[in-house]
Design a protein around this ligand. Structure first.
Ligand SMILES: *Cc1c(COP(=O)(O)O)cnc(C)c1O
Length: 391
């Protein structure tokens, strides 16, 4: 029995290798920053989500040390048992104030926050409608939910409307990435809000890649689209990307947040974040409040410089204005070969392959950080100039 299982898994793995879909982990032997050590090699990292360069920021390291001394290292229990500590509570208040919501609830990860939203607010007669390119955690959440589940073509309002009018449901929840994680474009949030207004539904925006980066004051893609997480709009944000730390939150009106506390299994049945992590994130948020405008201005400059260099090199990037700048090459073997070539040239750029993206759309996904220098971007394009990208 176990031998046949082992044989089956080995066959599956051989198949993944043969199709260039095998995933491997490189070990970072330095802190997360633009110039990293990977497996002992020095490379410029164009793959992290550390958009504002906070993951290794001296002020936050100091905050983490201090908080660990005060609060210890572990929370010791789940939030509803005895693990909910002052730093968690303060972070929730800061987050709610920052994004302009009645309340915010901190989760141990974005994955768990998304499972919570999909499962705790709805029951069988309800409907979850999602963008086809949403993050895997939203898809998994909907599969775990008792509600019905349908997906509309990427950013396609007409398709979303048609699915709604073809469906029988009590309440509906429309779920979308704010900034799409593999494409870098921003969802049509104002139009989606109008749609939920029409049908008395709820809009939930996963702003993992927009929070602290996008919008005039960094409040995310909702801000960019003139919206706030109030009324029939909820926001999920993660704390491990632009905030440089770890964890996530959901922000919105009291009733929805309280429902998550009462019934979300991915909130209730898991250990609370280490308190020092929450305190460090709160310090990161303060830093974003005071220096965010400056950091976002530098990031915007790096993005625009990257796009200009790509245009000069005749590279057709996807139409993204965010820090996520994908170059679709189509075939996964080509994407892998390019990623390997760039690694040897001193650049770490992950090849993103199916099932993370649709078949035939394998890509190199460049991500920019405020801490990248123009020179690093220049050197990247010098390396890219030496390869043919026509397959
Ligand atoms: C990273 C990400 C998540 C998951 O967040 P974690 O805190 O890493 O679990 C959810 N949604 C999107 C769009 C993401 O990019």
């Amino acid at each position: 029995m176990t031998d046949t299982l082992r044989a089956r898994l080995q066959a599956q793995q051989a198949d993944l290798r043969a199709k260039d879909l095998w995933r491997t982990r490189h070990t970072l032997t330095s802190a997360q920053q633009p110039l990293v050590q990977y497996d002992g090699e020095s490379v410029v990292n164009f793959s992290s989500n550390d958009y504002l360069g906070l993951a290794n920021h001296p002020a936050l390291i100091e905050a983490a040390v201090k908080a660990s001394q005060q609060w210890g290292v572990g929370s010791g229990a789940s939030h509803l048992v005895c693990g909910h500590q002052t730093p968690h509570h303060q972070l929730e208040e800061s987050l709610a104030e920052y994004v302009g919501a009645e309340r915010a609830l901190v989760f141990s990860s974005g994955y768990m926050a998304n499972l919570a939203v999909c499962t705790a607010l709805l029951a069988k007669p309800d409907l979850i409608l999602q963008d086809k390119l949403n993050h895997a955690s939203l898809i998994d959440g909907a599969r775990l939910s008792d509600a019905q589940f349908k997906r509309y073509a990427h950013a396609d309002l007409r398709h979303a409307r048609a699915l709604l009018s073809d469906s029988q449901y009590r309440h509906c929840l429309i779920l979308t990435d704010g900034v799409f994680s593999m494409d870098g474009d921003v969802a049509p949030l104002a139009e989606l809000k109008a749609l939920v207004d029409d049908v008395g539904g709820l809009l939930v925006v996963d702003d993992a890649h927009g929070f602290a980066c996008v919008g005039d004051s960094g409040r995310g893609s909702l801000e960019q689209c003139g919206l706030t997480p109030q009324g029939n709009v909820l926001m999920m944000g993660t704390l491990g990307k632009a905030l440089g730390n770890f964890g996530a939150f959901v922000a919105g009106d009291e009733t929805y947040i309280e429902q998550l506390i009462q019934s979300a299994r991915s909130y209730i049945y898991t250990t609370a974040l280490p308190p020092a992590v929450a305190a460090t994130t709160d310090a990161a948020l303060s830093l974003v409040r005071t220096q965010g405008d400056e950091l976002r201005a530098v990031l915007a400059q790096r993005i625009s410089y990257f796009k200009t260099r790509a245009e000069q090199a005749n590279l057709r990037l996807m139409p993204s204005k965010t820090a996520i700048q994908p170059l679709v090459v189509g075939d996964e073997s080509v994407a892998m070969a390019l990623s390997h070539y760039l690694f040897d040239a001193g650049f770490y750029v992950t090849a993103i392959r199916p099932p993370t993206v649709p078949t035939g759309s394998a890509r190199l996904r460049f991500t920019l950080c405020a801490t990248h220098t123009e020179q690093q971007i220049d050197e990247l394009f010098n390396a890219l100039a030496c390869v043919s990208l026509d397959g």
